[in-house]
Structure formats: structure tokens, C-alpha cells
Design a protein around this ligand. Structure first.
Ligand code: GUN
Length: 293
């Protein structure tokens, strides 16, 4: 078993990103600028957004946080996105999900200018990604591809099983792994809540990517020897032991699956850290006008 070490890879890539940001500052006198919009006080969202902001500062980006209480109207939020779209000092806009029930996330996502959509959630970016055109790639799938690249994992011709079909991870991940790129060129199976006998598919996986939000969902009897396991799970449980007051669990029973796998991501210390890198790289690409000129 070898560890796909998110801490190691993310620290290495952050140094590269910081160098690029310094070049932009030297050449243009400005820093790449990411704006995050956070609605309400969901514990997970608070943590993730705080981490995004902190990491922006760490690599020399400017970051701004726009906060709303959970009773903000959809209209107000859409007006704010329009304002951010029009602000030439802003390179990237993210609206943290999930949003309260009275706000349609699709409307908000579609309101963001695709050229500033560093989450890569806008249908224009999703369509461009599927066609292998320049686009912003959703941060978590992007981070996973960077991790596979870093460790030289050969994916061509392999059977990749993606468990979960969310807009944020499972769906874009399945597109990336099927594309004619490296990593990519996989035969891809997507399993979801209506798949009977998921084990039948996971047992055949050469590469298993799990993003369903259920602690220890993948057990040792569900994988074959030598599998590459990417665990996207971020299941928070309260804990009296940790300083933060909670503990993070993946979707994979790491202790028992790791001995059967050739490569595996730990939780924490795996995919979560790479998600930040995906976001930072998209913001950098936006500042450099690499995707949309
Ligand atoms: N909620 C969970 N993951 C993400 C993400 O990558 N971006 C946004 N905006 N919201 C999320």
C-alpha cells in the first residue's frame, strides 16, 4: 500500500502557485483576487471557506468574503453576483454550497460569469470541459487529477468506478476520467443511489473514486487487490478528543481497505487539501486570462 499524500502534493504545488502569483504582482501590480460568498452558518461550509481564504493569503492572492444570513433573498444574492461579475478587480467568484432551500443553486451558478467561475460549476464550463476545451474544472475533481499526475498513476485503459453522481464531484469526475487525456482514457462506471448491488461494480474497479458522504461505505470485501482508491468523503462527527470538536471520516473503511490497495488517499490529508489547490490554480488561470481571454 502506498499513500497518495495530499499534504505533500498540496504543499509542493502551493509553492509553485505562490511563485506564479509573485510574477503576476511584479508584472501587473495586482494580486489574483478570489471572492467567496457564504450564506448562513453551516459548520462544514464555515470551515471550508475559512480554509480557502487562508490558503489564498498564504500563496499571495487577495481574498474577500461576502457573508449573508440564511434569510437573504435569492434576488439579493443574484444582485450581489452581478455586482461581483462587473468588478474588474475580481478574478474568481465562488458561492459556497449548499444554499438555503429558498434559493435555487442552479440560478445562482448560472448567474456567475463563466470567465470568473473558478468553481467550474457553470454549464458553460462543464460543457467546455466535456469537449476538452479550455475551461475551469471543478476544484475537487481537478485536485484529484493533479494528485494522480503527481504520483504517475497510469489510468489509460483502466476501469474507473465513480461512486456518487453529484454536480460537484461524481459527475465531473466521471467526465474527466473518460476524456482522452492523462489522467483519463478510462472505461468509466458511475454508481449511485439507484444502483443495485454496487459491490458488483466496485469489485471490478482498477480505480475507485468514492464521493457519497457515508462513513465507511466501502469495505474491504468490496474491492479487489491492487485497486487505486480515492476517498472524497468528508464526514464530520463531533468528538471530545480533537481540538476542533469534530473528527473527519472518509467514505472508505481505510484500515481494512488500505492493505488491499496499491494506492489510497487518507482522510484527512488526502483529497480535501487537493481541492484547495484546484481552486487556487483556477483563480491563477483566471488572473492570467488563460481560459477566457
Ligand atoms: N460545497 C462543497 N464543495 C464545494 C465547492 O467545491 N465549491 C462550492 N462553492 N461549494 C462547495
Amino acid at each position: 500500500m502506498n499513500l497518495l499524500d495530499g499534504k505533500y502534493v498540496s504543499e509542493k504545488l502551493k509553492l509553485e502557485i505562490a511563485e506564479e502569483a509573485a510574477k503576476i504582482l511584479a508584472n501587473t501590480g495586482r494580486k489574483p483576487h478570489l471572492v467567496a460568498v457564504l450564506v448562513g452558518h453551516d459548520g462544514g461550509s464555515e470551515t471550508y471557506v475559512a480554509s480557502k481564504m487562508k490558503n489564498c493569503e498564504a500563496v499571495g492572492f487577495k481574498s474577500s468574503l461576502v457573508r449573508y444570513e440564511s434569510d437573504v433573498t435569492e434576488e439579493e444574492l443574484l444582485a450581489k453576483v452581478a455586482e461581483l461579475n462587473a468588478d474588474a478587480d475580481i478574478d474568481g467568484i465562488i458561492v459556497q454550497l449548499p444554499l438555503p432551500k429558498h434559493i435555487d443553486p442552479e440560478k445562482v451558478t448560472e448567474k456567475i460569469n463563466p470567465a470568473k467561475d473558478v468553481d467550474g460549476f457553470h454549464p458553460v464550463n462543464l460543457g467546455r470541459m466535456q469537449r476538452n476545451l479550455p475551461s475551469f474544472i471543478p476544484a475537487t475533481p481537478y485536485g484529484i487529477t493533479l494528485m494522480l499526475k503527481e504520483y504517475g498513476i497510469d489510468t489509460a485503459g483502466k476501469h474507473c468506478v465513480v461512486v456518487g453522481r453529484s454536480n460537484i464531484v461524481g459527475s465531473p469526475m466521471s467526465i474527466l476520467m473518460a476524456r482522452n487525456t492523462q489522467p483519463g482514457n478510462c472505461t468509466v462506471t458511475i454508481c449511485h443511489s439507484r444502483t443495485p448491488d454496487i459491490k458488483k461494480f466496485t469489485l471490478d474497479a482498477d480505480i475507485l473514486i468514492v464521493a457519497i458522504g457515508k462513513k465507511n461505505f466501502i469495505t474491504a470485501d468490496m474491492v479487489k487487490d491492487g485497486v487505486v482508491v480515492i476517498d472524497v468523503g468528508m464526514n464530520r462527527e463531533t468528538s471530545t478528543v480533537t481540538k476542533s470538536g469534530y473528527k473527519l471520516y472518509g467514505d472508505v473503511d481505510f484500515e481494512n481497505v488500505a492493505p488491499k490497495s496499491s494506492w489510497i488517499t487518507p482522510v484527512p490529508g488526502g483529497v480535501g487539501l487537493m481541492t484547495i489547490i484546484g481552486l487556487l490554480k483556477n483563480t491563477l488561470a483566471s488572473a492570467n486570462k488563460e481560459v477566457y481571454s
